[in-house]
Design a protein around this ligand. Structure first.
Ligand SMILES: [Zn+2]
Length: 88
């Protein structure tokens, strides 16, 4: 039998036993129950990972654009401070 890590707590959902092949996870954004093999939430269309955390929520993919824009923003601030106060 296939045992996927972190999904053992799905044998009982809302007090009712579910079939092991019908395992579910929850969307981290809209909390909808979705099939465990889904990579996109059918309700809010958010991309999610196949992995499930210990609370039963699907993991979000890393938002590289957010990291990148944060880095650019800090870089811009540092350059501005250098330009405004330290430039000869
Ligand atoms: Zn969702």
């Amino acid at each position: 039998m296939e045992m996927l890590k972190g999904q053992d707590n799905f044998s009982v959902v809302n007090g009712a036993k579910i079939v092991r092949s019908l395992r579910i996870k929850r969307c981290p954004d809209c909390y909808t129950n979705i099939p465990v093999h889904a990579t996109k939430c059918p309700s809010c269309k958010q991309k999610i990972k196949l992995k499930v955390d210990k609370h039963g929520y699907a993991k979000r993919p890393i938002n590289w654009f957010a990291y990148f824009s944060c880095f650019i923003s800090w870089l811009g601030l540092v350059i501005y401070i250098w330009w405004a106060f330290f430039k000869e």
